[in-house]
Design a protein around this ligand. Sequence first.
Ligand SMILES: Cc1cc2nc3c(=O)[nH]c(=O)nc-3n(C[C@H](O)[C@H](O)[C@H](O)COP(=O)(O)OP(=O)(O)OC[C@H]3O[C@@H](n4cnc5c(N)ncnc54)[C@H](O)[C@@H]3O)c2cc1C
Length: 410
Amino acid sequence: MYDFLIVGAGFAGSTLAERLATQLNKKVLLVDRRLHIGGNAYDCFDDSGILIHKYGPHIFHTNSRQVFDYLSQFTKWRQYQHRVMASVDGMLVPIPINLDTINQLYGLNLSSLEVEAFFQTVAEKREAIRTSEDVVVSKVGRELYEKFFRGYTRKHWGLDPSELDASVTARVPTRTNRDCRYFTDTYQAMPLHGFTRLFENMLSHENIHVLLNTDYREIKKFIPYREMIYTGPIDEFFDFRYGKLPYRSLNFQFETHDTAVIQPAPVINNPNDFAYTRVTEFKYLTGQHHPKTTLVYEYSQAEGDPYYPIPRPENAEIYQKYKTLLETMPLVHFCGRLATYKYYNMDQVVAQALTLFSKLEARTPAKSSETKSGSKLVSVPAAGNGKGSARKPRSISTAVLKRLRTGQSG
Ligand SMILES: Cc1cc2nc3c(=O)[nH]c(=O)nc-3n(C[C@H](O)[C@H](O)[C@H](O)COP(=O)(O)OP(=O)(O)OC[C@H]3O[C@@H](n4cnc5c(N)ncnc54)[C@H](O)[C@@H]3O)c2cc1C
């Protein structure tokens, strides 16, 4: 009997599995239909030996000390400040838009104060900020909106910014100084040995069994469990009873080149040219030294794996209907980006999982106080050859699964 069946081995599912197993001594079965743990944050070495992110570039950044401290139990970090350039009017300029962007683009030599005045002269007044177009045009005017945002958003979301919720572009700031960092969070770092190693360390506990390459619907009848934590798409859980929630997907094209470095920055955005939105060179992110380099080109598409929930009022309505159904199911808990249909970063998902854990902890007395020490839970690999070492998470054996499926005890 498992205390918890957890569906999805991404940040949401893995955080909950780790907390429940180590802090409450719960027996957990963690199931994922993919062939690996880590969800969308999974990384691996490609055929040339370069560490890549299979589902697109993932950069860790957070303002939450709690989340950073929590994850620091499972990895050492490599300090990393992310930078992005946009290819506009035949030039490569920093994005988010800052003082250098404006000076380079228009051949000017403005100061911070002057660029602030410049933004004020080009900004368009808006009565209310409802859409993504409103956000940008009201800050930097129509011309910069057209150069940097409109084409990119249309490619990425398949919608015009005027059709998208304000929250989408509100994430991208505009600066009047020369700060060319993409993020300004307090904690910005990459796991020293990669995300997958971090997940392996999280899940390496005798109370956690991991079952990969398995849709939970194939096994839920055969596996006895008390409660479920679900981190997959919410509409799929309810068999699309109120219709499909739309997601934006991506097609990733990887290219390896026989040269050490190709791009002048980790990511180059292409708002106006080409079918792809951006190109990432992984070695900047991972700090790996290698004579070759691998890039990934991202092509947005409607069909495929669900990556980005589309924030529009009509979708929020459908989501609310599904959420109401949940209230009738006290033994099923939803967590994560797909299960709550929210555009969350990794740190937000970890924070959400820790919050859910606190709720579960508050109503569940611990079976044993021995594991609830608050001391270091899992050994962290020493920095070394760049690949690190980790104890592998325990997998449920095929024999056990077969017994469960056929109803035999043992
Ligand atoms: C291209 C891209 C780039 C991103 N970049 C960043 C970034 O730079 N920084 C950042 O902080 N965040 C980034 N994110 C967001 C980040 O990926 C998510 O916040 C995080 O991975 C969400 O974790 P999760 O556990 O909620 O979901 P996921 O990682 O999606 O995990 C859910 C898991 O559930 C499994 N599953 C679903 N249904 C079933 C089922 N029926 N049976 C079994 N298993 C099932 C799936 O296979 C999946 O592995 C990015 C996302 C994308 C798509």
